[in-house]
Design a protein around this ligand. Structure first.
Ligand SMILES: [Zn+2]
Length: 242
C-alpha cells in the first residue's frame, strides 16, 4: 500500500468529522505528512489526528452507533451520564485536597482527619439545594471535558485503524482487478473477518465463504471495508468453479 492509497483513505474518513465550526482543512492537510509517517501503528497515527484537532470540539458521527454496539462511550453518552450525576457523586470524584480547599473557601468546618466522605457530607450539609448545583457546576464541566478527551483519543485510534483498513482495501482491489490475476484466478471468495455477534454485521457475515466469478462478486459482495467501523473481512481469489 502506498502513500497515495493512504492519502485517499485519510480524506475519505476525516471528511466525515463534525465540528460546531468547520474543521480547518488546512490543518488536516498540514497533519497529513506526519500521519503518513506514523502509520506503522494505529496508536501513533491516531495520536497525530488527536493532536491536530486538540483544540476543536469535534465529533465523529460514525462512532456513535459503533460505540453503542460495542459498549464504548460516545460524546453523547458521556454528556447524558454526567448530566445525571448527583452533586454528591461529582464531589466524590474530586481529590481530598480539592475538597478541603472547597471547605476553606466556603467556610465549612472540617472535622480533624477529615476523609473524602466527611468532607463531602460537610459541604452538602452547609450548602442549599440550588447553591449546591452552582457549586458543582465547574467540576461537572471539568469531569465532562476530561471524559470527552479520553473518548476523542479512543475515537482517533479507531479513526486511524479505519483509515489503514480503507487504504489496505483500495490496494487490495487494485491487486484483485489485475487482468492477469483475473485470468488465472477468476473467482472471488468472501472471507468474513468477525468472530462474535458484535463484530458480525449481517451485511458481511451472510457472504462468509461464498465464492463467485469476479464479475458477479463485484455486484454482489459488499465493498470493503463495509460500514461497520471495524470490518475485518477480505476477499480471497480462487480458481474456476469445478
Ligand atoms: Zn464488513
Amino acid at each position: 500500500m502506498t502513500d497515495t492509497h493512504l492519502e485517499f483513505a485519510y480524506w475519505s474518513v476525516v471528511k466525515d468529522l463534525e465540528a460546531p465550526a468547520d474543521i480547518p482543512v488546512s490543518r488536516l492537510n498540514a497533519a497529513l505528512p506526519e500521519f503518513l509517517g506514523s502509520t506503522g501503528t494505529s496508536a501513533k497515527a491516531g495520536a497525530v489526528i488527536y493532536n491536530c484537532l486538540s483544540d476543536i470540539a469535534w465529533d465523529w458521527p460514525a462512532w456513535n452507533s459503533f460505540a453503542v454496539k460495542v459498549g464504548y462511550d460516545s460524546l453523547q453518552s458521556i454528556a447524558t451520564s454526567i448530566a445525571k450525576m448527583r452533586p454528591a457523586e461529582i464531589l466524590k470524584s474530586l481529590p481530598v485536597a480539592e475538597l478541603k480547599q472547597l471547605c476553606l473557601t466556603r467556610n465549612v468546618e472540617q472535622v480533624p482527619r477529615a476523609t473524602k466522605d466527611s468532607l463531602v457530607a460537610a459541604l452538602l450539609k452547609a450548602t442549599g439545594k440550588d447553591a449546591i448545583q452552582d457549586m458543582v457546576l465547574p467540576f461537572r464541566r471539568n469531569l465532562q471535558e476530561a471524559q470527552n478527551q479520553k473518548c476523542r483519543k479512543q475515537m482517533c485510534f479507531h479513526m486511524a485503524s479505519r483509515i489503514l483498513n480503507v487504504a489496505y482495501n483500495i490496494h487490495r482491489y487494485e491487486q484483485l482487478n489485475d487482468p492477469e490475476l483475473l485470468t488465472l484466478r477468476p473467482c472471488w471468495r468472501f472471507v468474513w473477518g468477525g468472530s462474535t455477534d458484535i463484530d458480525a454485521p449481517k451485511s458481511c457475515r451472510k457472504f462468509n465463504n461464498k465464492t463467485l466469478p469476479h464479475y458477479e462478486a463485484k455486484q454482489v459482495f459488499p465493498s470493503l471495508p463495509c460500514g461497520y467501523l471495524k470490518c475485518g473481512c477480505h476477499i480471497a481469489v480462487e480458481g474456476g468453479h469445478s
